[in-house]
Design a protein around this ligand. Sequence first.
Ligand SMILES: NC(=O)c1ccc[n+]([C@@H]2O[C@H](COP(=O)([O-])OP(=O)(O)OC[C@H]3O[C@@H](n4cnc5c(N)ncnc54)[C@H](O)[C@@H]3O)[C@@H](O)[C@H]2O)c1
Length: 316
Amino acid sequence: MARVLVTGGAGFIGSHVVDALVAGGAEVVVVDNLSTGRRENVPGATGLVQRGIEEPSLLEVFRRQRPEAVVHLAAQSSVAASMRDPALDARTNILGAINLLRCCQETGVKRVVYTSTGGALYGEPTYLPCDERHPIEPLSYYGLSKHTVERYLKLFAQDTGLRYTILRFANVYGPRQDPYGEAGVVAIFASLLLQGKAPTIFGDGEQTRDFVYVEDVVQACLSALERGASQAYNIGTGTQTSVNSLFRSLASLTGYRGQPIYGPPRSGDVRHIALTPQKAATELGWRPQTALAAGLERTVAHFRQARAPTGRGGQR
Ligand SMILES: NC(=O)c1ccc[n+]([C@@H]2O[C@H](COP(=O)([O-])OP(=O)(O)OC[C@H]3O[C@@H](n4cnc5c(N)ncnc54)[C@H](O)[C@@H]3O)[C@@H](O)[C@H]2O)c1
């Protein structure tokens, strides 16, 4: 794809997607309201339009840029924030996405890659690892809003012929993840441990997550732009890692000798999750390449270099 519009391109995952697209020779424009994203994350030569995806004037951006494809990553992406304010979550994640899809329709965008969640979509799994046929029973408004747009996409595609791919990410981690938010347990823990501070584990820490490295997720986005055909794909490793085990790995990498703080479990969080990437392997040719130990090492190296100041404890 020669001209790609990336929403949320100033954020954690989006900025890595932008880097890869630019490296591949694409003309990229980023639309981001910088609510959690950072201008410094967008490479100098790439256009950054500071705008909310829910704003009617988004259409002007599409008319001006005429993108052939859109990678849609802009979102309210915190489970905890969605539980506190479901309306805010829905405004960005549902109404913003509908506005975006209308812009795609009006300006003849050929393909959309939509980044959904696998971690917050299936609810408390009846089997693990979850495949894409697992019943969908989100426990959080975030999971519900992300899934609702999957359904909108299907109808829009029937109506307009738009081609789309849905990527259901597991717990993505890596350099540039925000260590100050409520989502992104690896970034939050790594940043605090490097400062010798105890992170908070919500619950007993035996809850499990499926951690997938950001560079692998970027490859999934590129494959979806090339090959996806109106399907949903899990983008995970299929492996469960407990939060306690993650803490131990990060403590060892950062040289932290203390204990974590244990707090009450958070509403909206599932107990166990892992996503099988089998369908993505067969149909997109995508497999995770980065072992957790290697990915954590690179992530800690990034935060060590950034020497991030104090953040708040928490986990996704
Ligand atoms: N990080 C994960 O583990 C994970 C897991 C599953 C799904 N996802 C999805 O991947 C996408 C990217 O997540 P991330 O972790 O990079 O989050 P992020 O918060 O770093 O990035 C989101 C970006 O969207 C921008 N944004 C937010 N609201 C906006 C609005 N109304 N208009 C325009 N821009 C807006 C933010 O400024 C930010 O740059 C999201 O859609 C998220 O739901 C992430």
